[in-house]
Design a protein around this ligand. Structure first.
Ligand code: MSP
Length: 477
């Protein structure tokens, strides 16, 4: 439902590091955000929704990957960014902009953002002594490392011990405002279960935070506008991508609902650092940070080094784009980690798509065709305000899909109970088929945000007065 406060929506995903091509885990987030962006377009109007994804290209991770590949870092970042974009395109992600942090407008905005921060007086020069994980591109405390002294998320990388000059943001100064934001704005961190995690992190106390790094150590970054020997810390640079777009599109204002989709590993940057950066220079904070868990593959972490990896385009080539989208979305905005496998994919494909959807559509098309009737075209209004769509207000695509599949199974039962093939009386048959045809037409519309190509195919097939049988939507595998 439209939130009356807002006229527009800015919806974003995390931007992926350009060190290696994305896999199905990264892509899951894009599909989830895409379904919500498409849903918002239905309720706010196409022109009032702006959806952004892209690549995060500066910093040490990207720089070292280019060195390893023995090509210039600009070229490496460009090649990976292109591959990522192709992966995202293969999933029919309807982004309005694919941003790269090497885009000129972004570099300019990030630099201006930094300059403004320096002017507030909340940025000071100091020395950072401590740990840094290049995989997370994050400063770490001793308590965050495992018993081997490594980052638990990146055990194959050596943790760095830094002693360097940086510009620090007085993060601690924002503790109370951040706590109020998290406690009072009930939709700021979703799902709710993640809110306490951030509140307890705040309780431990925030440390002031380096927002730049020396250029002689990190040569690949945006030079700070106030000191030519420093580059903007990659997270400070990357987070500003949301504002680059928001500012350019005139969306960073109170009229716009701002929603970020991110994985659980980067919630802290989005829920605690990003709002502090915005408060620091007097800009509005986002409305929602939606956090999802991780996709595992065959019971294990997705990992290139272990060879446990699938790219989105491989699934799309094998099963089709909508089947891939459906499989990922059926899991919903996962709160905990979820396991996927090809075996499970095929089970779901056959049960929900070949049988559930494909079969019901085919049955009704056939009955409609053989009846010889004409079916008046109906317009469906306010479908997005109906009960079935309510879970989408809290981003629960899984529950919305369950509601649609319940309609499908009810429809299938309706056919079985009424046995239209056995009805002799024309008016009775027409009444029953009218209901069934219109139900499918309606379901086709409801499917738009999730499986847009299939939705269009069904709408086209049932968009005529005389309905004809068509090709199978999802042939069994
Ligand atoms: N570049 C940063 C984000 C900056 S946003 C201003 C980054 N990049 S990443 O490439 O490591 O991850 C991008 C997104 O993909 C994150 O939200 C991350 O949680 C998500 N995922 C990475 N692997 C994933 C799974 N296996 N499953 C689900 N999401 C996954 O962090």
């Amino acid at each position: 439902m439209t939130d009356k406060k807002y006229k527009k929506v800015l919806i974003t995903t995390a931007i992926d590091y350009a060190n290696a091509e994305i896999h199905i885990g990264h892509a899951y987030e894009k599909v989830l955000a895409d379904a919500i962006a498409r849903y918002y377009r239905e309720i706010y109007g196409k022109e009032n929704v702006f959806f952004v994804t892209g690549t995060d290209e500066h910093g040490t991770t990207n720089y070292k990957a280019a060195q390893k590949a023995e090509i210039p870092v600009e070229q490496h970042a460009e090649e990976i960014s292109k591959k990522d974009k192709a992966q995202i395109d293969s999933l029919n992600i309807s982004y309005d902009r694919f941003i790269r942090t090497t885009d000129k407008d972004h570099e300019k905005t990030a630099s201006e953002f930094f300059a403004k921060a320096v002017k507030t007086g909340d940025v000071y020069k100091g020395t950072y002594e401590g740990f840094y994980c290049e995989g997370c591109e994050a400063y770490k405390t001793l308590s965050e490392l495992n018993e081997d002294g490594q980052c638990p998320l990146h055990t194959t990388r050596q943790i760095q011990r830094l002693e360097e000059e940086n510009y620090f943001l007085k993060w601690s100064k924002y503790t109370n405002r951040l706590r109020n934001l998290i406690e009072n704005e009930k939709d700021f961190i979703l799902p709710i279960s993640k809110r306490n995690e951030m509140l307890s992190f705040l309780k431990q106390g925030l440390m002031d935070f380096p927002i730049s790094r020396p250029k002689h150590k990190v040569p690949w970054g945006i030079t700070t506008p106030t000191d030519k020997e420093q580059v903007i810390y990659v997270w400070y640079d990357a987070l500003v991508n949301y504002y680059t777009v928001g500012k350019n599109q005139d969306l960073w204002n109170e009229e716009t609902k701002i929603v970020h989709f991110v994985g659980k590993d980067i919630l802290r940057f989005h829920a605690l650092l990003w709002p502090a950066m915005l408060m620091n220079i007097g800009l509005r904070v986002p409305d929602t940070i939606y956090t999802h868990g991780f996709i595992n593959l065959n019971g294990e972490k997705i990992s290139k080094s272990k060879g446990n990896i699938i790219r989105p385009n491989e699934l799309v080539e094998k099963y089709g784009v909508d089947a891939t989208r459906y499989y990922l979305l059926k899991h919903g905005p996962i709160t905990e980690d979820v396991d996927i496998s090809l075996g499970h994919f095929e089970e779901i494909y056959n049960a929900d798509l070949a049988n559930g959807l494909g079969n019901t559509v085919a049955r009704i098309a056939k009955l409609a065709e053989s009846s010889g009737f004409e079916f008046e075209i109906n317009e469906f209004r306010d479908l997005w305000k109906e009960e079935w769509a309510r879970p989408l207000e809290k981003y629960r695509v899984d529950l919305a899909l369950q509601n649609i599949w319940k309609m499908l199974s009810d429809l299938d039962k309706h056919i079985n109970i009424n046995e239209p093939w056995a009805i002799k009386e024309k008016s009775k048959l027409k009444e029953i088929l009218d209901f069934e045809v219109n139900s499918i037409r309606k379901i086709a519309v409801l499917l738009k945000p999730f499986i847009p190509d299939t939705s269009a195919k069904i709408s086209e097939q049932f968009g005529q007065k005389r309905i004809k049988s068509g090709e199978s939507l999802f042939p069994r595998i």
